[in-house]
Ligand binder design. Structure first.
Ligand code: FAD
Ligand code: NAD
Length: 474
């Protein structure tokens, strides 16, 4: 076979492109097969994250935050803005520019690292042979020393709310509204529901979220979830728990959603409906039947802790395998696998993967919750400190929220950090580093934090584990 590479990666999202770049850095000839086509019809690298996920959602969160600030917060600073208008088309165009710049950046990185980009659909036809189907239907076969599957995930669809991509959309569509829907319904009050609900609510939509579970943000620390629920309610997000959506009817004037809650049958009529009830792995048409690639019962590629599949020299990383569906988790797996293919000891610390929800206040956590530790019978101590007692947070008028640190009751080793508050997404990194180094609450307590900064809240929470926070009664 003429077309040989040391490594072929299928999928150019964060997991795949990081695997490819690390392979190239380690001296391996590398190709990436990816089939993504951006809405302008152009093939684009970066996968879900850069094109329709992390980046565009954060671009819109930022724009909507600016708008909200001008309208609702600046007057408290003595700044009075009049005649403020909203140009949604321009907001979307800015988001598209950010996406294009970043996906173009990955293309440059591929060129600089001499990585071949094969645009088309990749399929494992023999354990180490990938068939690429180009957009015109032509097929080519490539052989590799190792193959990395990084095909990512896509939105789950539900029979009760089929997408029409007009009024009923998934997260891709929620990033493309051309005007602010006066009434917006969202099925699923998870990460996407809260982030996209925040965007459109700040821009003026009346937002109702229908969540199947009785508990709000189930996997999150209970105290953090309660603070978040209260804050989001205050912002106007109408979060209805314990709802079972039974059907939708699309009409001229909107979408009527039928659902059941503990009081019985209910109806909600909205202008647009976003369905965001989770994501599922892209494993359809990924490998020929005779290859016998093992999937787990939920359709994820079955891998061990070092992302090896059941086939020799075939690895899988990112959303297509078990674990949290987060860009940084996939990136780390991609790097680990590249290093292992090169004979090194790449490793991912699954215990210290941070989570962030980019609402206002932001929610971020790492490690174990109190509930998990109780269940596991692990003795622990907690230290909690509120942003209301932090000088910088007060100066910013951002006083809602807390930092909670959890440490082992006997060894003081940090086991978890749970933050809700301003810039929680950045503050969590300190706890991640401390945990990665096997640090204790005492280590953070003895570390000097600049004043006045939000990070002093982490410092005080660490002191509070030993009941010696300075700026609160312990
Ligand atoms: P993907 O990014 O999904 O990339 C897979 C690529 O493979 C795609 O380009 C796909 O077209 C291609 N592909 C699939 N099958 C084939 C095939 N057979 N042949 C060729 N190509 C193929 N995560 C965060 O950490 N932070 C966030 O803030 C965040 N925000 C998000 C917001 C939204 C709205 C969404 C939807 C997701 C968000 N995520 C976020 C999740 C994040 O996008 C994913 O975890 C991440 O993109 C997974 O990376 P991946 O490389 O595994 O797969
Ligand atoms: P999610 O798992 O976060 O939330 C889905 C929610 O929908 C859950 O609360 C679930 O109980 C609910 N649900 C499921 N079926 C339902 C139904 N039939 N009716 C009503 N509610 C129902 O999933 P998501 O919000 O779709 O996001 C998918 C994944 O993408 C996330 O889990 C995360 O891994 C990733 N993501 C991450 C970020 C971030 O890191 N900031 C942002 C967006 C997405």
């Amino acid at each position: 076979m003429a077309n040989n590479y040391d490594v072929i990666v299928i999928g150019a999202g964060p997991a795949g492109y990081c695997a490819a770049i690390r392979c190239a850095q380690l001296g391996m000839s590398t190709a990436v097969v990816d089939d993504f086509v951006y809405k302008d019809g152009q093939p684009a690298l970066g996968g879900t994250c850069l094109n329709v996920g992390c980046i565009p959602s954060k671009a819109l969160l930022d724009s909507s935050e600016q708008y909200h600030k001008v309208n609702s917060e600046l007057s408290a600073h003595g700044i009075h803005a009049q005649g403020v208008t909203l140009d949604v088309e321009q907001m979307i165009a800015r988001k598209d520019r950010v996406v294009k710049e970043l996906t173009g950046g990955i293309r440059q990185l591929f060129k600089a690292n001499k990585i071949d980009w094969l645009h088309g659909h990749g399929k494992l036809v023999e354990p180490k042979t990938v068939e690429v189907t180009r957009s015109g239907g032509e097929r080519e076969r490539y052989a590799a020393g190792a193959v990395v599957l990084a095909t990512g995930s896509r939105s789950v669809e539900i029979g009760a709310a089929p997408l029409d991509h007009e009024r009923v959309v998934n997260s891709d569509g929620a990033l493309e509204f051309r005007e602010v829907p006066p009434r917006l319904g969202i099925i699923g009050a998870g990460v996407i529901g809260l982030e996209m609900g925040s965007v459109w609510s700040r821009l003026g939509s009346e937002v109702v979220l229908l969540e199947a579970q009785d508990a709000f943000l189930g996997p999150v620390d209970r105290q953090v979830a309660r603070t978040g629920q209260q804050a989001f309610k205050k912002q106007g997000l109408d979060i209805r728990l314990g709802c079972r959506v039974t059907g939708t009817q699309v009409g001229e004037d909107g979408v009527t959603v039928a659902y059941e809650d503990k009081s019985g049958s209910q109806e909600l009529t909205v202008d647009r409906l976003i369905v965001c009830v989770g994501r599922r792995p892209n494993t359809d048409e990924l490998s020929a039947k005779e290859v016998d690639l093992l999937l787990d019962e939920r359709g994820f590629v079955d891998v061990d802790e070092t992302c090896r599949t059941n086939l020799p020299d075939v690895y899988a990383v990112g959303d297509v395998v078990r674990g949290p569906m987060l860009a940084h988790k996939g990136q780390e797996e991609g790097v680990m696998v590249a290093e292992r293919i090169a004979g090194q000891e790449g490793h991912v610390s699954y215990e210290t993967i941070p989570w962030v929800i980019y609402t206002d206040p932001e929610i971020a956590w790492v490690g174990r919750t109190e509930e998990q530790l109780k269940k596991a019978g692990v003795p622990f101590s907690t230290g909690v400190f509120g942003f209301a007692a932090n000088g910088r947070a007060r100066a910013m008028d951002r006083t809602t929220g807390t930092v909670k640190l959890i440490a082992h009751a006997e060894t003081d080793r940090l086991l978890g950090a749970h933050i809700i508050g301003p810039q929680a997404s950045e503050l969590i990194a300190e706890a991640v580093v401390a945990m990665e180094f096997g640090g204790s609450a005492e280590d953070l307590a003895r570390t000097i934090h600049a004043h006045p900064t939000l990070s002093e809240t982490v410092h005080e929470a660490a002191l509070a584990v030993g009941k010696r926070a300075i700026h609160k009664a312990n």
